[in-house]
Design a protein. Sequence first.
Length: 368
Amino acid sequence: MLPQRGAATLYRVDHSGPSWRGTALTRRSVLLGLGAVGAFLTVDLGLVAYTSRAGTLTRRSFLAAFADVFGVHPGFRKNHAKGISVIGYFSSNGAGATLSRATVFAPGQTPVSGRFSLAGGNPAVADTPNAARGLGLAFGLPGADQWRTAMLNLPVFLDNSPQGFYDRLLASKIDDATGKPDPQVMADFLAQYPQTEAAMELIKKAPVTMGFADSTYSSLNTFHLVGPDGERLPVRWSFIPHQRALPAQSGGPNALFDALIKQLKTAPLHWVLRLTIGDPSDPIDPTLPWPTDRRTVDAGILTLTEAQTDRAGNARDVNFDPLVLPDGIEPSDDPLLSARSAVYAGSYRERTTEPNSTPPVQVEGVNP
């Protein structure tokens, strides 16, 4: 089931503007920088670069599939519709600078805007412990040095091709009579995509944490770090939590989000950025984990200081496009990256022309 643990992702778009680094970081400086978030450059990325059995999959194909599976919800993301925005900063310890020339890895602080979310295109879905949790982050103010990443609290992704994602999305549609996907449709899908079935088994074995605050969020897709000397290294990254999560209160439709908001209203939350360096022989396929003995480098601490209701000017308007990368981080040949980028652009374009709707999670209404 798409909104559950193991669900699909596809989200995000683009900023432009001056870069930031090296001055004292204050709440005011972060908010001033986020004021530029409203000025985006959207690019018509045309067709998704993938040819399916039925023809060429387009951005429109994916957006129509999300509407078919989840319904039409004006003003919301077509996936990861339910969420809250956050702000904070990343403190680099300099350890990543030997692996990548990206400015974000130089010692110092970089402002961050982000968004916690649940997978799925229905913003009114009730929180459940098994729901796949997402974290999108934009490092730096708009400009050439900005880095964006959208991650999940899963050990692997469920698909390794745009076609697989598209087919799984349709197979996950809920049957109104049963409240579940059609079992025969899902069985037929899994028979055609054994790699997805294997990924599901890995996800089922992974422990489910209590909430957003104690979840590890991982890139799942492979990228490359480019060092000062030009050396390229395959990398996957994760944000490892420093804290436990507050227990979600039973009965409320926003239980997971309410617990996160209460925790952020009490104290900042922290995650370690861990870079896992792969070997050239390691798979790009995101349904496959890398060996556990790969070298890791802890590059700094992400600190999130404030939760905000999704609204104009904060991360509601950020498209967490995985191909918005600074010099020093490059995409791999994973075909999901270009597909995600194209569909995120389409989702952004659609929702910014639609009437604004009231977010289901209201930060101001949650008491610490």
